[in-house]
Write a new protein. Structure first.
Lengths: 626, 338
């Protein structure tokens, strides 16, 4: 990246800047939803990953695809935290905010760390944009940002200047400014350019003109940061102490897709996904749709109901049937879930949760579908529920969901959420040979066959249509305990209701012992589930470092609950349950174990900050024993 | 059991007691389908019958094949998943006017739009039987039912027209009272590759008895129904002297020999026409202005969804090779920490 590569106005070569070493950095890129902030954030995180850092990201975007430019509601953001140690969250407060316009600054400023850095695209702070964001005066000039390290960089103009000979239209040039911003940040954080240039050329292979323009913009941004004396220091984050292995960056939805393909290969049974597009779950459908050279069939159904029903049909046919959705779609699938319970066939239902109720907050994070997953059906209708705690964990949960589904012949609900689904983190690539086989048996012996006879796990046999001599009928009407024929017999019904419940309860014996971080007994136990994991881990570590007695258990299995959970809960004076709902796991724990729990609830469409949990830990510690 | 040559109707009768009302039209349909099965050269274990909810949806319980009595309206979606997962199976959907056209309308039209190889048999009795007598999407205007005590104002539609509108490649209609005709139409449907839709006029002896009397009563039916025959003029009547002529886009009933009308003036039925216009005209025919058409409205061969799906998979494998997990895991940008 020689200085000649840039056409940045006013850039001049300067002596190397001092490099400041940091433990961790949180950066948030914000701009219009059409500004390419998700791309910039993604690319930056890839560069960071390759440098050997651990990282976690949080994309935060509006539900409008491209809201009117410059508006407050059209702001799209991408946050990344990377560090020299293990990273569990995308960071509480950004150290650095890259704001592409006034609306982005306005909506994000309050989150930025006091004294943090703001890099503002000054060219976008026009009167019109300032008015749209509700600024009476330009905050870049009126001294209101005096507490921050403010860098005004006219990214719009500098990009235009760099590309003035590119032959691109003004509009096309405007679209390159995210790469200029990326170049700036790569320079500031001492990351090389070459790999990114390669990636750009690959990504825009079909539009070489655009590819070269983006490369130029990237280099211009890089050279600008490199050459100007604007930035006094560069930053280098020491590399994290990460386990040896080959890694890649994966979002939760992508990891889930890989996990489902793995389940299919490990079971040697084809995979069938019936699904209807819905935010934020659709990426699983996208990923699997591109894998037709594996044993994978995807079916974009006419609606959510057909999504699950086609999966039920496929599962009845003897393949690994699954459906993916989010809250509102889950509501539509409810009746079919009941059918799957009655049919006792394996099925996996993924709910990538979002803010509810109704359409709610489609692109925001919430964990408010737990009780729906556990209870939300007509009749006594038990379904096992598991939840992933991080993007990479979605891979393991996908396999676990099918392991339970085929072993117990039951639908299994797999809860993820928009935070996990869209956020990325490094995934250590496993050796496929190290993954456990999934044992699937199809019954073929007609002799003595009874459709609802059960094995030791109370699971009935899986019979593929096409198997001679075992023709039989199944359905949603109550079945005879043995033959599966329709039965309205009162005693038989009670027996069936109880055996279906016992089968799901019996899964408890199949749940490994809970891992508890921190003291095995003491003042406080934090119990979490799902994507609150990272914030809880860091908050607990901070509190422990202060000498507080606090432990953490994170639940993957939510129905049934782990068999050792009751004992663990009783070893602590208090139990704290942070959740992004109004206390759904808290209710389950109270109901199941008759204990009191402290709730910490946040339903703002945003993940917990570490500090929010930490503060509660400290507060509870001050209260002392009950 | 697997010897197809020796399969008989009896082999397709399950041991379950049939629980339809005595005299229900469903019995005739069941008998015809059980009779048809052994003629198709398909092993018994390769049949699957999927149904939703309603009187007709009890059907799978009475068939000694694989089967599922599922939830209201969803049978086409379940059957689609089954057919995609197991293309070698012969998958049948048995449904009713409420199941297919009211609660399940969406799945019904989309199955036909995709041309997935399902046989969809709709038993249309123009009433809700299982819930004891409410009007259905095919009940005629003015009809008094428990939910329309002052007469029905909910306009009915023709299942055949809906099927044609959805792009179905095989569309036919028959009636429970004419066993020979039903046998013939069901056989054609079974042999069709792609979605085959058959509407069967079916008498509900309890809640809508006599709904189809005008076209089933032997004394009048020749004048009230139009038997469709491919390549033949649209001719009907006791004396075979009435026919259908098109004046521009308006069909009309004409009498042969009157005003110089001859057979050459009549529309010739063409079930294989690429354009479904003629079939759609016919789907609108209703008494008393027109005779009610029975038979095959449309039968065209187009690639079926599961055939194309299999092709996509074969092509992807030919291009990329059979995927293996290590390659999948390691695709994209990776980095190694030593």
């Amino acid at each position: 990246m020689s200085a000649t590569a840039t056409a940045a106005a006013g850039a001049k070569r300067s002596a190397p800047r001092p490099v400041e070493e940091l433990d961790s950095v949180t950066i948030r890129f914000v701009g219009d939803s059409g500004d390419g902030m998700q791309l910039t954030g993604n690319e930056f995180s890839k560069a960071i990953a390759k440098a050997g850092h651990d990282f976690a990201t949080h994309p935060d975007y509006p539900s409008e695809i491209r809201a009117p430019t410059g508006t407050l509601f059209g702001v799209s953001g991408y946050q990344i935290q990377f560090a020299s140690r293990a990273v569990f969250t995308s960071g509480d407060a950004p150290d650095v905010l890259v704001a592409m316009n006034p609306a982005a600054l306005k909506t994000n400023l309050s989150d930025v760390k006091h004294g943090g850095t703001i890099i503002a695209n000054s060219g976008a702070f026009t009167d019109a944009n300032l008015a749209k964001a509700g600024y009476k005066a330009n905050p870049l000039d009126d001294g209101s940002l005096g507490d921050y390290r403010l860098y005004r960089i006219d990214i719009s103009e500098l990009t235009a200047h760099a590309l003035k000979e590119s032959g691109l239209s003004k509009k096309e040039i405007g679209r390159c400014k995210n790469y200029y911003a990326l170049g700036l940040m790569l320079s500031l954080y001492s990351r090389p350019l070459e790999k990114e240039e390669e990636d750009i050329r690959k990504k825009f292979a079909k539009k070489p003109g655009i590819a070269e323009a983006n490369v130029l913009a990237l280099r211009a941004g890089y050279a600008y940061a490199d050459a100007t004396e604007m930035f006094i220091t560069s930053y280098k984050v020491r590399t994290a102490d990460i386990a040896p292995g080959t890694y890649r960056s994966l979002t939760g939805n992508h990891a889930a897709a890989l996990g489902f393909v793995a389940a299919s290969e490990l079971a040697n049974v084809p995979l069938f996904l019936g699904s209807y597009p819905i935010t934020p779950a659709t990426d699983i459908l996208h990923e699997l749709s591109a894998l037709k050279h594996y044993n994978v069939t995807t079916f974009q159904a006419e609606d959510e109901i057909a999504g699950i029903c086609s999966a039920i049909g496929a599962a009845y046919g003897g393949v690994l049937g699954m459906t993916t959705t989010s809250g509102p779609g889950m509501a539509l699938k409810t009746e079919a879930l009941g059918l799957a319970v009655m049919l006792e066939i394996p099925l996996v239902i993924v709910n990538v949760q979002r803010g509810g109720p109704s359409t709610g907050l489609p692109t925001k994070i919430e964990q408010s579908d737990l009780l729906q997953a556990v209870y939300g059906r007509n009749g006594e209708c038990p379904i096992p529920v598991i939840a992933a705690h991080s993007p990479a964990d979605c891979f393991d949960c996908a396999i676990e969901a099918f392991r339970l589904a085929v072993k117990y012949m039951t639908p299994v609900i797999f809860l993820s959420d928009g935070g996990i689904g869209n956020a990325a983190e490094p995934w250590r690539i496993p050796d496929p040979a190290s993954l456990p086989r999934l044992e699937v048996k199809f019954r073929t012996e007609a002799e003595g066959f009874q459709a609802y006879a059960r094995d030791a796990n109370l699971a009935r046999a899986w019979v593929r249509p096409g198997t001679p001599g075992m023709e039989h009928r199944v359905g949603g009407l109550e079945k005879d305990f043995l033959t599966g024929n329709i039965s309205h017999d009162p005693v038989n019904h009670q027996r069936m209701v109880e055996v279906r419940a016992a089968k799901v309860e019996g899964i408890a014996k199949d749940i490994p012992p809970l891992t508890v971080e921190g003291p095995p007994k003491g003042d406080l136990l934090i119990v979490g589930w799902g994507s609150t994991y990272g914030s809880i881990v860091q908050a607990r570590e901070q509190a422990a470092a202060q000498g507080l007695s606090v432990a953490h258990a994170h639940l993957r299995h939510l129905n049934p609950l782990p068999p050792d959970l009751g004992d663990i809960l009783r070893r602590y004076k208090r139990v704290l349950v942070p959740e992004m709902n109004l206390g759904q796991l808290s209710r389950l724990l109270r109901e199941r174990f008759l204990i009191e729990v402290e709730q910490l609830n946040k339903v703002q469409g945003k993940p917990f900050k570490v500090s929010e949990i930490h503060e509660r830990i400290v507060e509870l510690s001050k209260k002392g024993a009950k | 059991m697997n010897d197809m040559a020796t399969l008989t109707k009896k082999d397709f009768e399950s041991n379950q007691d049939v629980r339809w009302c005595p005299g229900c039209g469903d019995y005739a349909v069941l008998a015809q389908i059980q009779k048809l099965m052994p003629q198709l050269g398909i092993p018994r274990e390769n049949f699957a019958f999927i149904s939703g909810i309603g009187c007709s949806s009890r059907f799978p319980y009475y068939m000694e094949t694989y089967g599922m009595h599922s939830i209201h309206g969803r049978a086409p979606a379940i059957a689609s998943g089954l057919k995609l997962a197991r293309p070698e199976l012969s998958v049948w959907v048995v449904t009713g006017d409420g199941d297919a056209l009211a609660i399940g309308g969406n799945h019904f039209i989309h199955a036909m739009r995709r041309n997935i190889d399902l046989k969809i048999i709709l038993l249309n009795n123009r009433i809700y039987g299982l819930t004891k007598g409410q009007y259905s999407p095919t009940s005629e205007m003015g009809k008094k039912t428990k939910t329309t005590p002052l007469g029905n104002i909910d306009r009915p539609f023709s299942p055949v027209a809906v099927a044609l509108g959805a792009g179905a490649t095989f569309v036919a209609r028959t009636v429970d009272a004419d066993q020979a005709h039903m046998a013939q139409v069901l056989k054609r449907a079974a042999e069709h590759k792609g979605t085959a839709f058959v509407e069967i006029f079916q008498n509900c002896i309890v809640f809508n008895d006599g709904a189809y009397e005008a076209i089933t009563d032997k004394s009048v039916r020749d004048d009230t129904r139009l038997l469709l025959e491919h390549g033949k003029p649209l001719l009907f009547g006791k004396n075979r002297d009435k026919g259908i002529r098109l004046r521009g886009l308006e069909p009309e009933v004409v009498t042969l020999g009157e005003n110089g009308v001859g057979e050459a003036d009549l529309v010739t039925h063409d079930e294989a026409a690429e354009h479904s216009g003629l079939a759609f005209f016919l789907s609108q025919f209703d008494a008393p202005k027109f005779p009610v058409p029975l038979g095959v409205f449309r039968a065209v061969r187009q690639p079926s969804y599961e055939e194309m799906n299999e092709q996509l998979h074969a092509d992807a494998r030919a291009r990329k090779g059979r995927g293996d997990l290590a390659a999948l895991f390691n695709s994209g940008d990776t980095w190694t920490i030593a």
